[in-house]
Design a protein around this ligand. Structure first.
Ligand SMILES: [Zn+2]
Length: 463
């Protein structure tokens, strides 16, 4: 997201032809080559793409639940990180009707979930460019991660959209990896009577014409593709602010309206509480959505955690809202570091119970530590999440235990100062496990490599 836009390729080409590039700009490269089909995550070699960085998505979809037909136009603003002859986007399924780059028709080809775009004019290094993709078809949710089914999932009255780790490509062409965050605008058109809920805040009032209603949403803080949502269907809403003043929106499917008031109030209380523990809330609004879809999980969709087919309790709300800091504001650069999201959010569940006086974090830690020596969490080192088993329980439980071990080693005062400082220093950015270890040592003034090695990387129960 640090790309400095220097104008369109056409301008660059003209400047190049006149051989009078301003002295402060590097001369345009003529060494155009194909952008890589992956962003460089060796565990997920085809996820994301190389050669560019996306700054903004504008996603416009029209979805009809009865036919399950999605018509989409996604416009992407990006910057080249090397001179590009072609570049890839990730898209699963759909008929691609038309692609343009900087308003000029582009040619394209497809192989699996890789969409390769050849612009009419090659793109110079550092040049900003705009890609517009028009597509349509019936969404096919992704399967295969141990989250089960994910992505854009049709429901009887709409769609449940939860895309971790790489299901954004089931509804919009993207650089589908958390290493490339961007800003998002959503324009979602649905049959009248349905509500569409995307990330961030609603822009203007919904407009209805010809039996369809269009909702506009904007997420104005950087967001990973897997956190983007366009959950839609029949919903009852509660809107207001948290006592601390943060805009709050809760939504529930008609089957879950008995949860609506509690979701609204609990999300408000917990968001405000986490702001005192983790530092200022990073986004423009908070809340949650309960849909009538038995996904078997909840996902921390940015500003709008999504709960799939159950009445969420305080613990899971505490977990998903803690992710707004750890996972969403601070994103991982590689999936192997997933404990930086899930260990922190699980520890937040323990902190919430401690805050409520129902159970101390120490009691939760001891309860897990007593598990027999051959319990799977001891064999699975959480510091290196495995691509075929990303959401392993160890990444959650032993990840949380790692933080508790750190807390005991450095003391409460240092530990809680460290949590806030970590969230502040990397706000809206990317983090790695190595960075966290170095940071914890620097902040506490203690040598912690043995502690982190035992808790994160050894296939046995730490003493
Ligand atoms: Zn989580």
């Amino acid at each position: 997201m640090h790309f400095n836009r220097r104008g369109m390729a056409l301008v660059a080409a003209l400047v190049s032809a006149l051989a009078c590039a301003p002295a402060d700009e590097p001369p345009p490269t003529t060494d155009h080559r194909a952008g890589a089909p992956g962003i460089g995550d060796t565990d997920f070699p085809k996820d994301g793409n190389g050669g560019y960085d996306i700054t903004q998505y504008a996603i416009a979809i029209d979805y009809t639940p009865t036919s399950k037909r999605l018509i989409g136009v996604t416009t992407i603003k990006a910057g080249a990180t090397h001179a590009l002859s072609t570049f890839n986007l990730d898209l699963a399924g759909y008929d691609v009707r038309e692609i343009s780059v900087n308003d000029a028709p582009a040619t394209f080809s497809r192989q699996g979930d890789e969409l390769t775009v050849r612009p009419a004019h090659p793109i110079d290094n550092h040049a900003g460019f705009t890609v517009k993709v028009s597509y349509s078809g019936v969404p096919k949710p992704a399967v295969g991660s141990n989250l089960g089914t994910y992505g854009f999932m049709p429901t009887p009255d709409g769609a449940f959209v939860a895309a971790e780790p790489n299901g954004a490509k089931t509804w919009f062409p993207s650089n589908d990896h958390p290493a490339d965050k961007a800003l998002f605008d959503f324009t979602i058109t649905v049959p009248v009577g349905l509500t569409a809920l995307a990330n961030g805040e609603m822009v203007g009032q919904p407009t209805t014409a010809g039996g369809k209603t269009t909702y506009r949403w904007r997420e104005s803080h950087p967001m990973a593709t897997y956190l983007a949502t366009a959950t839609l269907g029949k919903f009852e809403l509660r809107q207001g602010r948290t006592p601390g003043g943060i805009p709050n929106l809760a939504a529930a499917d008609p089957r879950f309206t008995t949860s609506l008031d509690r979701l609204f109030a609990t999300s408000a209380t917990i968001t405000d509480h986490w702001a005192t523990v983790f530092g200022p809330y990073p986004f423009g609004s908070t809340g949650g959505v309960v849909d009538d879809y038995a996904a078997g999980y909840a996902l921390e969709n940015q500003t709008k955690p999504l709960y799939g087919g159950f009445h969420p309790d305080e613990s899971i709300i505490a977990h998903e809202l803690a992710h707004q800091w750890f996972g969403n504001s601070l994103s991982i650069k590689r999936w192997k570091d997933l404990w930086l999201n899930e260990g922190f959010a699980t520890y937040a569940e323990w902190l919430w119970a401690e805050h409520k006086g129902t159970k101390t974090a120490e009691a939760a830690f001891q309860q897990l530590h007593r598990r027999r020596a051959n319990d799977p969490i001891w064999k699975y080192p959480p510091g290196r999440a495995q691509p075929v088993d990303l959401f392993n329980q160890s990444v959650y439980s032993r990840g949380a235990m790692t933080l508790h071990a750190l807390r005991k080693a450095v003391g409460d005062q240092t530990f809680f100062a460290l949590l806030k400082k970590w969230a502040a220093e990397h706000r809206y950015g990317h983090v790695t496990t190595d960075q966290f270890i170095t940071f914890a040592e620097r902040t506490s003034g203690k040598e912690l490599s043995a502690l982190f090695d035992a808790w994160l990387f050894q296939p046995r129960r730490p003493a």
